[in-house]
Design a protein around this ligand. Structure first.
Ligand SMILES: Cc1cc2nc3c(=O)[nH]c(=O)nc-3n(C[C@H](O)[C@H](O)[C@H](O)COP(=O)(O)OP(=O)(O)OC[C@H]3O[C@@H](n4cnc5c(N)ncnc54)[C@H](O)[C@@H]3O)c2cc1C
Length: 368
């Protein structure tokens, strides 16, 4: 039986831990803080492929979306899964470019529907505030959002019941290698662990974990802000992207807000208080586009760092420089987590790499 250590209990590490344990590996998940304490706890959590290019990255993300549908069937119930699609308000002047994109996506087998603001208000979102009823929207009906902390907790619980051990509040501080092969780990608590394989699923800290092996892993991280607001009605029922703010439900009585304009103004701030002007800006913008936000109040804000490999593409699989060392580092990790979990578990246990993951191998980066 293979002993595998998964470093990081975010959505990627938890997905992998579950698939490995399910397949019979002896798994230890090592988390320096607590599950979903990293980017997985500060994300917009929209599962999609519509915003993904080029074609091979789109295909990976489309497979990621379909993997969720399989997971929901497999689990027989999924309180963390929220279907309903994603509505995109097409900015004035943006219609021709959107028409090209929708045609491209449809050609790739992806569902997309054109709607006017009037149709959106009548059939989907009565609370939408849109001054021109002819404004164009695109609905991607298959897209969803997920409650990531709940999903991570569920996956780790399943992994535990299949024999995995989850070690929290204890960072990995060393990885032992002998004869070119991973042999073990050392944790900050001093505990040594003997393992056959190590997976670096440390999100935006993955470069620091790779550095424990003397391996460069170039990342181009970027920070983002999500803001949680309490609402007295349900102003929105699905993911909504508008030119000024992105909004989705966030459990009963709450919505989550995000927009790239706020991300761009974050600077190097690693945390933001609920009373911050950036939170107020997102709330004001949400009031512009939705009824039912008038009495809304910001109740939380989180800054997350996107774990983006330097070329913007996912980094999944064995690193040939060190036997038994694997990486699972990606932006869109919510969309891709369950898929990466299944594909990487298969690679670790059988050596088989599915063609969909082949363009995203870690060995495309020079490893010193
Ligand atoms: C604002 C924002 C919006 C986003 N929106 C979306 C979206 O809509 N859809 C989407 O698909 N993706 C989105 N993303 C990206 C997505 O959230 C991330 O790709 C994903 O959460 C990464 O998950 P992960 O498990 O790889 O990393 P993380 O969740 O960061 O988990 C890594 C874990 O490793 C632990 N760790 C680090 N170092 C060590 C160590 N030495 N020892 C032990 N543990 C360690 C950390 O504590 C952390 O818990 C967004 C990101 C941001 C910031």
């Amino acid at each position: 039986m293979l002993d595998v250590a998964v470093i990081g209990a975010g959505v990627v590490g938890a997905s992998l831990a579950w698939r490995l344990s399910q397949a019979g590996a002896r798994v230890k998940v090592i988390e320096r803080a607590r599950p979903a304490a990293g980017t997985s706890g500060a994300t917009f959590a929209w599962v999609n492929a519509s915003a993904k290019s080029p074609r091979d990255y789109f295909e990976l993300n489309f497979a990621g979306l379909q993997e969720y549908q399989r997971l929901v069937e497999e689990f027989g119930g999924a309180p963390w899964y929220h279907p309903g699609g994603n509505l995109v308000w097409v900015a004035e002047g943006g219609v021709p470019a959107m028409q090209r994109r929708v045609e491209e996506l449809r050609g790739w087998g992806y569902r997309a529907e054109w709607l006017t603001a009037r149709e959106v208000q009548r059939d989907l979102e009565p609370g939408l505030r849109c001054p021109d009823p002819a404004t164009q929207f695109v609905l991607y009906p298959e897209e969803v959002w997920v409650d990531v902390p709940l999903l991570v907790g569920t996956l780790l619980e399943l992994a535990r019941s299949a024999g995995a051990e989850v070690i929290e509040s204890d960072p990995v501080v060393a990885i032992t290698v002998a004869g070119g092969q991973v042999r073990g780990l050392r944790l900050a608590s001093g505990a040594p662990l003997t393992v056959d394989a190590v997976v670096n699923a440390a999100g935006p800290w993955a470069d620091q974990v790779a550095a424990l092996l003397g391996l460069p892993l170039p990342l181009a991280p970027s920070a983002g802000l999500v803001v949680r607001a309490a609402v007295s009605t349900e102003p929105i029922h699905r993911v909504l992207h508008t030119p000024v703010v992105n909004v989705r439900p966030d459990g009963p009585g709450h919505v989550l807000l995000h927009h790239r304009d706020a991300d761009a103004q974050l600077g190097d701030r690693g945390a933001v208080e609920a009373g911050d002007p950036l939170c107020r800006m997102l709330l004001e913008r949400a009031r512009e586009v939705l009824d039912g936000m008038d009495g809304a109040e910001v109740v939380g804000a989180a800054v997350g760092v996107r774990p983006i490999p330097a070329d913007g593409r996912s980094c999944i699989g064995a690193v040939p420089a060190v036997g038994g060392y694997y990486e699972a580092v990606t932006h869109s990790g919510v969309t891709l987590g369950p898929l990466i979990g299944r594909l990487l578990a298969q690679e670790i246990l059988t050596g088989e790499v599915e063609s969909i993951a082949a363009p995203f191998r870690p060995d495309r980066f020079p490893r010193g």
